[in-house]
Design a protein around this ligand. Structure first.
Ligand code: UDP
Length: 327
């Protein structure tokens, strides 16, 4: 298979490219390197530097590669930034996707798997969260991802394009080869921020609120390893290749861990005291997000291999220890 990965130099994109190449697939990448890293690109992938909003550029790559399927990670994903600069998110995430769909239609490419997020649900009404639960995003990022899903839905209704949308919960960890991992600037995610303490980049980890309605008062999330997410994309392509209809899947472990539990596990893994500091709540944080991934298990045959928080944090630590400042 020839697969075109948009955003293949980013965190989840690069792990998916490694997984595809390990399986012997032919991979091309498009990335504008705004948040992606050249060093994260697999040496055996073909790389086109450019922006998916550039229709002429995209048309040329699609014509040349004519991929069997596209995997689309090329989006902005910082919740806080999406609230202060919403139009950046509409432009890149939505306009970018519109240009992509136009180009796919022009070039008769009809299979796409793309990144969605648990942020489409907003404050959940049920735990664990099902794909059929109400979607009421509380931030622009989640709103643009939900709008992307709808754009795919209506376009697939009107054409032969089939899509799979994967709603990730909290992506974390790093490839076991130690060559690629999480490197955001600015970093906003809990696990890499915790690991900055044993890496001597800061003296404590801030806990955003300890007065939530959860067992220890800190927020509960469903942490899912990036390599498990990567594998789900490949299963999703296979699902479409078998002729199945478009679909939406949650991807999580189905287990919740509080911020305090994550810190405690990181202490065990790193053998560092990791001091904590209780701070104000972060705006827009739901108390609890836990996925039901039953649908992905049943229809895609997906089963996370990293189902243990300690192993997940160990894999993240293996990367951050060797790359304290990212790539
Ligand atoms: N969090 C925290 N301190 C930090 C960063 C995050 O207490 O320095 C909390 C955050 O409030 C949330 C959880 O950790 O409850 C996971 O946050 P992250 O930004 O990693 O992912 P999100 O759940 O927002 O997608």
């Amino acid at each position: 298979m020839t697969i075109l990965v948009l955003g293949g130099a980013g965190y989840i994109g690069s792990h998916t490219v490694y997984e595809l190449i390990e399986r012997g697939e032919n991979v091309s990448i498009i990335d504008n390197l705004q948040t992606g890293h050249l060093e994260a690109i697999h040496p055996d992938a073909k790389f086109y530097k450019g922006d998916i909003r550039d229709e002429e550029f995209l048309d040329k790559v699609l014509q040349k590669e004519h991929p069997d399927a596209v995997i689309h990670f090329a989006a902005n994903s910082l919740v806080k930034e999406s609230m202060t600069n919403p139009l950046k998110y509409y432009d890149n995430n939505l306009y970018g996707t519109m240009v992509l769909l136009k180009s796919m239609l022009k070039n008769n490419i009809n299979k796409i798997v793309f990144s969605s997020t648990a942020a489409v649900y907003g404050e959940p009404q049920n735990i664990p969260i099902l794909e059929t639960d109400p979607t009421e995003p509380t931030n622009t990022y989640g709103e643009t991802k939900l709008a992307m899903e709808k754009m795919f839905k209506w376009t697939s209704n009107a054409s032969d394009i089939k899509f799979v949308s994967l709603r990730y919960f909290n992506a974390c960890g790093a490839h076991e080869n130690g060559k690629i991992g999480e490197a955001h600037n600015p970093e906003t995610h809990l696990i890499p921020l915790i690991l900055q303490v044993p890496n001597k980049q800061k003296t404590n980890i801030k806990i955003f609120g300890n007065d939530y309605d959860t067992p220890d008062g800190t927020c509960v999330r469903d942490y899912i390893h990036v390599s498990d997410l990567a594998k789900a994309h490949i299963l999703a392509i296979e699902y479409l290749q078998k002729g199945n209809n478009s679909n939406i899947f949650n991807l999580g472990n189905g287990k919740g861990f509080s911020v305090k539990e994550v810190i405690e596990t990181a202490r065990k893994v790193t053998e560092h005291p990791i001091p904590e500091l209780i701070c104000q709540r972060r705006e827009g944080d739901p108390a609890k997000l836990i996925a039901s991934s039953k649908k992905a298990q049943e229809l895609l045959g997906w089963k996370p291999e990293f189902d243990n928080l300690e192993n997940i944090i160990r894999s993240a630590w293996n990367w951050h220890k060797k790359h304290p400042y990212g790539y």
